[in-house]
Write a protein that binds this ligand. Structure first.
Ligand SMILES: [Zn+2]
Length: 220
């Protein structure tokens, strides 16, 4: 079974510059249907390469597909009171007790069940990772981590002020300092229905890019 982990790329307040139009269509008197669209490399379901945090850090060319495709462990962090909850080392330990973790980690909160991703509430009151919990992840030596919630507290502040990589610990502790890739704004981890799966994540082949929209899928 394949589980689609991506959100649809369509009108969303957070990505107001997203634009889609027919470049060619029968309606316009053309012979072919061709759609044009404008996308940012970090819009909708996407992955981050370290270059996202500065031009001196490694980009997409530095990472083989194996770094973000392969066996994954689902870490169940679900709880009834996710609102503004900072996940701790204790939460991570509890969710992984007695398990050997794979090189790709899928951090499952099911936040979407408590808040709709189309609302500002999804971002403004999201659970997030504490720096200590991120250091815990580093010690497990994964190559890639995917989150079903906006994992840094200050992601919510991005629309009001200029937020830097240093304000976002997953982007420094995991991505910039340890080359652990991030897959952001994915969902449906509840539909995987297993502790482990095969994670398939394919960004478009834009050379030397800082990140890119992905189609991420779990094979169970
Ligand atoms: Zn990103």
């Amino acid at each position: 079974m394949l589980v689609d982990l991506c959100f649809p790329i369509q009108e969303h307040w957070r990505y107001s510059k997203f634009h889609r139009e027919m470049l060619s269509s029968k309606e316009k008197g053309d012979f072919w249907e061709i759609t044009g669209f404008t996308m940012g490399s970090h819009w909708f379901s996407h992955m981050d390469f370290p270059r996202h945090t500065g031009p001196e850090y490694p980009d997409s060319e530095a990472f083989p597909l194996e770094a973000y495709n392969g066996k994954a462990s689902v870490i169940d962090l679900t709880r009834p009171d996710l609102k503004n909850h900072g996940f701790t080392v204790e939460d991570m330990e509890k969710a992984t007790a007695g398990r050997k973790l794979q090189k790709i980690l899928l951090l499952r909160s099911d936040w979407e069940k408590q808040s709709d991703w189309n609302t500002t509430d999804f971002w403004d009151n999201a659970p997030f990772m504490t720096p200590e919990a991120l250091e815990w992840i580093v010690a497990k030596k994964p190559t890639c981590v995917a989150f079903d919630f906006p994992q840094d507290y200050t992601i919510r502040e991005g629309r009001f002020r200029k937020v830097t990589p240093d304000d976002q610990p997953s982007h420094t502790i995991l991505l910039r300092n340890n080359n652990i890739l991030l897959v952001e704004y994915v969902h449906n981890f509840d539909k995987i229905g297993a502790d482990e799966c095969e994670f398939i994540c394919l960004p478009l082949k834009l050379p030397h890019i800082d990140g890119g929209p992905v189609r991420a899928v779990a094979k169970v």
